[in-house]
Design a protein around this ligand. Structure first.
Ligand SMILES: C[S@@+](CC[C@H](N)C(=O)[O-])C[C@H]1O[C@@H](n2cnc3c(N)ncnc32)[C@H](O)[C@@H]1O
Length: 230
């Protein structure tokens, strides 16, 4: 039976995708720190960390957005498939990166099924937007998309100062819901959950995967997980 709570959950996820679509043009400026910002040095470390992974073969970038990180993955991968629910963000990624070796897929990751397995499954700043009751679903999807000799990479933030969380809480929303507005004043709800790197590593470890935490800084983390060898 589909309940009112299910509908409200679906509405939240639709609103979240609409939020990213509506603010696609503002996204890069809001994400990439300027040299004077406190996070700038850590961001450079993250970039170096992603490059050092040297992902090869065919990679899928889950919730690729405007392609900030796809660009780095594409330096070593043969192909990258960018999946995202917001067409505007993928349009910006296409303008940035072109089409050679790249496939753009507009899809909802809560229902998308990979039609093949990839050498690399990459996800940046997506897990924090997955509702807590679907964290395991995120790991399941990444696992289904990954070849047995492949690798899953998760890059995310574990600490954030998000005034939208307090705003949402004041309106009685769940503690992992945030309220955000875009340039034209429209307001949206989205999911914002903090995960510690050890917790995320544990999700893979308990399946027998071998995880490595490559970066654990004041704000961000980067980890990889490889399937157990048979
Ligand atoms: C914080 S951004 C991360 C983008 C990119 N990975 C990065 O690191 O810059 C979150 C992304 O999730 C996408 N998104 C939101 N809901 C989605 C859904 N249901 N399915 C697929 N992508 C979704 C948004 O469009 C947005 O591009």
């Amino acid at each position: 039976m589909v309940t009112e709570a299910d509908h409200s959950h679906d509405r939240l996820l639709d609103e979240q995708a609409a939020y990213f679509d509506a603010r696609a043009a503002e996204y890069d400026a809001s994400m990439e720190p300027e040299p004077a910002d406190a996070d700038f040095e850590e961001w450079q470390q993250l970039k170096a960390g992603v490059r050092a992974l040297r992902l090869t073969g065919d990679v899928v970038d889950l919730a690729a957005g405007t392609g900030i990180w796809t660009e780095l993955i594409g330096e070593t991968a043969s192909t990258v498939t960018l999946v995202d629910a917001a067409p505007e963000t993928l349009d910006l990624a296409r303008s940035r990166l072109g089409t050679e070796g790249l496939t753009y897929v507009v899809a909802d990751l809560f229902s998308w099924e990979p039609t093949r397995r990839y050498d690399g499954v990459f996800s940046s700043f997506w897990l924090c937007h997955v509702p807590p009751d679907q964290t395991v679903g995120f790991v399941d999807l990444a696992e289904r998309a990954c070849r047995r000799d492949g690798v899953i990479v998760v890059l995310d933030e574990h600490t954030f100062d998000d005034p939208g969380l307090a705003k949402a809480a004041a309106k009685g929303d769940d503690p992992w819901v945030s309220h955000r507005s875009v340039g034209d004043g429209r307001e949206f709800r989205l999911v914002k959950v903090s995960h510690e790197p050890d917790e995320v590593a544990g999700l893979f470890d308990q399946r027998g995967w071998r995880t490595t935490i490559h970066h654990r800084g004041p704000r961000f983390f980067l980890l990889s997980a490889q399937p157990p060898s048979d």
